[in-house]
Design a protein around this ligand. Structure first.
Ligand code: SDX
Length: 430
């Protein structure tokens, strides 16, 4: 990492700023001392040109459509690895040896149960509560149960909290789903893999044995891998900012879940499926393409576009392949939603507006069709995203806490409000 310098000149003021290079990707100008040297702030409300931290976890090349986790391409991890192996990689920086993997899987598997009193939280929610609302509440409440792993200064407690979050999210999510549909909770089983266990907790009922389809379990595991981490996206930045104050990891993940819920972010998978359903048939696609291009219409093609990817989202390609595998396994032929999605993708990718603005399908475009085919209601789609992304949030939170230079995040602003003025008594106001 070679360090050079950058000069900032404003009138008669000159600021010497450090220029830093990473392993790969754009250099950064370190503006930490800019205000002290020049009296001005930088301004970048959407963080389009701003690196908020230094990280070794995930690298995205938006122009190339490349996504690396600790240097490994997402397509190799998704095709040749499994989710818990990816969790180990994100948390500890290296792929585990066979022994390390066996130990990690053993430890995660034995943290999957939640405190029995947790089940009482669910009955406090209305039956028709959105499962994401239940997730925000339930995960935030974990800090009320696990006092023995909230001292973030203790490396052992950070590790226990990390394992607990990765292990318990599927259980909490499955309980949210069961509560949503009025069925009894199903306890985790230690003889099942992570993805098998999640499908079992969601779809098993006491009245009959639940048969796990290995093709569907593999697809679920791959969907978890595709959503595991994604650099400094909005929800991960939320977790980092919450964690920078010293808040416990359960509270930080709850904040990440709340941010992920938005339709511009993790809520896009639910919104994309709702959009495909609203379009309904291929002949209505031109009407929606026109709306997406109309500046006076707030409608956007959900599942399209990305702040970083100005090429195809590599996860979308793998998700499309997984979608076909799941539909084939379930014998779903000519799924009308898939037909609309593929025709919409074809039209958009050949439309000047989308080409000029470099809008491609993102990870959320095909995930909704896949998750619906797996049996999940649309209200659960973002919950599944949260389950998968928890390891990314925790890995990024852990990296921040372990950074010796870490300080509380406290952005400044461009103030355009009223100048100094004196109070006016109410009887003198006009
Ligand atoms: C995720 O950050 C991450 O890494 C997120 C994520 C992760 O794994 O964590 O990848 C997960 O959130 C994926 C994105 C899911 N969201 C959607 O699919 C919602 C639809 N997409 C858009 O809302 C939008 O593309 C965003 C929010 C994803 C990106 O927004 P930006 O970067 O702020 O881009 P922009 O809004 O400035 O758009 C640039 C131009 C605009 O036109 P102009 O003002 O320049 O004329 O492109 C247009 C936008 O109007 N545009 C779209 C569009 N997305 C952008 N036009 C129509 N349909 C769209 N989907």
């Amino acid at each position: 990492m070679t360090d050079q310098s950058a000069k900032f000149t404003l009138g008669s003021t000159n600021a010497d700023l450090a220029l830093r290079s990473g392993t790969i990707g754009p250099d950064v100008v370190d503006v930490t001392s800019l205000y002290k040297q020049s009296g001005v702030f930088t301004y970048d409300p959407g963080f389009s040109s701003t690196a908020s931290c230094e990280s070794k976890i995930t690298y995205i090349d938006g122009d190339e459509g490349m996504l690396l986790h600790r240097g490994y391409p997402i397509d190799q991890l998704a095709e040749r690895g499994d989710y818990l192996e990816t969790c180990y990689l994100l948390l500890y920086g290296e792929l585990p040896t066979a022994r390390e993997k066996e130990d990690f899987v053993y430890r995660v598997t034995r943290h999957t149960m939640v405190h029995e009193q947790m089940s009482r939280f669910y009955t406090g929610f209305r039956r028709d509560a959105h499962p994401m609302a239940v997730m925000v509440g339930s995960v935030g409440a974990l800090s009320a149960f696990y006092h023995d792993s909230t001292d973030i200064a203790d490396p052992h407690q950070r590790m226990v909290a990390s394992l607990r979050m990765v292990a318990k999210m599927p259980t909490i999510a499955a309980m949210a789903y069961k509560y949503h549909i009025g069925q009894p909770f199903v306890y985790p089983r230690n003889d099942l893999s992570y993805a098998e266990n999640f499908l079992h907790m969601c779809f098993a009922v006491p009245c009959e044995p639940y048969r796990i389809d290995p093709v569907l379990a593999r697809a679920m595991d791959r969907i978890f891998i595709l959503h595991a981490d994604h650099e400094q996206n909005a929800s991960t930045s939320t977790v980092r900012l919450a964690g920078s104050s010293g808040a416990n990891p359960f509270a930080c993940v709850a904040a990440g879940i709340a941010c992920l819920w938005g339709p511009a972010h993790g809520g896009a998978n639910e919104a994309a499926l709702n959009m495909l359903t609203e379009i309904g048939s291929k002949d209505r696609i031109p009407e929606f393409i026109a709306r997406a291009k109309d500046k006076n219409d707030p409608f956007r093609l959900m599942g399209f576009g990305h702040r970083v990817y100005k090429n195809y989202d590599p996860r979308a390609k793998i998700m499309q392949k997984t979608c076909h595998e799941v539909l084939d396994e379930l014998g779903i032929k000519d799924d009308p939603l898939l037909e609309v999605a593929m025709e919409l993708e074809h039209i958009a990718l050949n439309d000047e507006y989308f080409i000029e603005k470099k809008l491609y399908p993102n990870v959320d475009f095909y995930s909704g069709i896949t998750l619906k085919a797996l049996g999940f209601p649309t209200a659960m789609f973002t919950v599944l995203f949260a389950v998968a992304r928890t390891v990314g949030w925790i890995a990024q939170w852990k990296e921040m806490i372990e950074d010796p230079h870490q300080r509380i995040g406290r952005p400044r602003q461009l103030y355009t409000g009223a100048p100094l003025r004196d109070y006016v008594p109410v009887d003198e106001r006009s």
